[in-house]
Design a binder for this molecule. Sequence first.
Ligand SMILES: Cc1ncc(COP(=O)(O)O)c(C=O)c1O
Length: 416
Amino acid sequence: MVNNEILDKVERCVQNQNTWRETKTINLIASENHISRTAEKFSISDFSHRYAEGLVNQREYQGQKYQDEIEEIAITSVKNLFRSKYADVRCPTATIANISIYYGLCKSGNIMFSLSVPNGAHISMRKFGGAGLRGLKIYDIPFDFDNYTIDMDLFGNLILGLKPRIITLGASVFLFPHPVQEIKKICEDLETIIHYDGSHVLGLIAGGEFQDPLREGADILMGSTHKTFPGPQGAIICTNNREILSHVEKGIFPGTVSNHHLHRLPPLAITCEEMVEFGEEYAQQIVKNAKAFARYLYLKGFDVIGKKIGYTKSHQIVINLSEHGKGLKNAISLEHADIITNKNLIHGDEVNSVKDPSGLRLGVQEMTRFGMKEEDFGVVADFFERVIINDESPSRVREDVNEFRSKYLKIFYSFD
Ligand SMILES: Cc1ncc(COP(=O)(O)O)c(C=O)c1O
């Protein structure tokens, strides 16, 4: 046995991470999930040591026969699941996918629309992220806070007046579907590309919940493969338009990606097949759990966003904690109780209050995958009440959290 202090520390750190996050904590980060043990088994392979620049059967290096095969399998699985004519699986992250789309389809100075960050945008669709890197002129999509979606009364005229090159729909705070069909209709005589960033809701879309962007009129559906879609970290891009695909392909390579992290592809294909088998049931349970959790929190006295319109149709719930010390303090207290959440800007916050915004964003997808049902989120809401409203010591609550979590260790909706 090798005696090396760093090796020992690394081993201990990995074990600690696995034990803590996989068996002790209730994870409510809306952008995370856990792949199945079956998919995990195929995550470590020689593919992680290789390059495969270019497209399948059109590579730059030799040694690609199995790399071409696995990428073709993954592309086929993605196309089947999302019912798209074309798919690209090479972007290692959704940020890179967005940059590739802007790079491939837009020119510097083009007009684009996306939501503002306090209304839910991801930074990759804004000035200080990928869209800004491409030099796009970015306008805010008007937001209807009462219905927690896009304000079409205002947006329609803005589209017709400014004739944008691209409209990015989708969000990181994404409670209710976006009006893709209505926007498509307005864009009918324009050369505007409708780009739907489904990073958060990709697993719901695959399972037939939330909305169906490609059928509703989006030209591109892209998103992370590790949020509600319970696969390896990475991204996919789907379209039914050959011309759009070929521009985006160039945006990816030679544009923004060289090594595309091939070890993602076997678990990606397996997760797609799991979603074909179990996706419908999984997505339905996520939405049922999110609604139930929101209601339990509301009944405890929390200010849950969207209370007049059913709280949510996705995996997310947002609570406004401005009466309870705001987001940061409470996210830290909950972490001491082994409940993992993130502070979040909410509608009405200044964009520069990002370090201590008013809200917490919660996602039920990972705990759903570990088997929790509606009534279990009643127990989770009790923990929230004890930590945030009753000011109980988080370390006391933690004992009960750990005990509760120990009953949910198997991964459901999978081939395990
Ligand atoms: C809407 C949206 N798009 C893009 C991203 C970026 O994803 P990634 O972390 O894979 O770059 C996120 C991340 O949370 C997101 O919420």
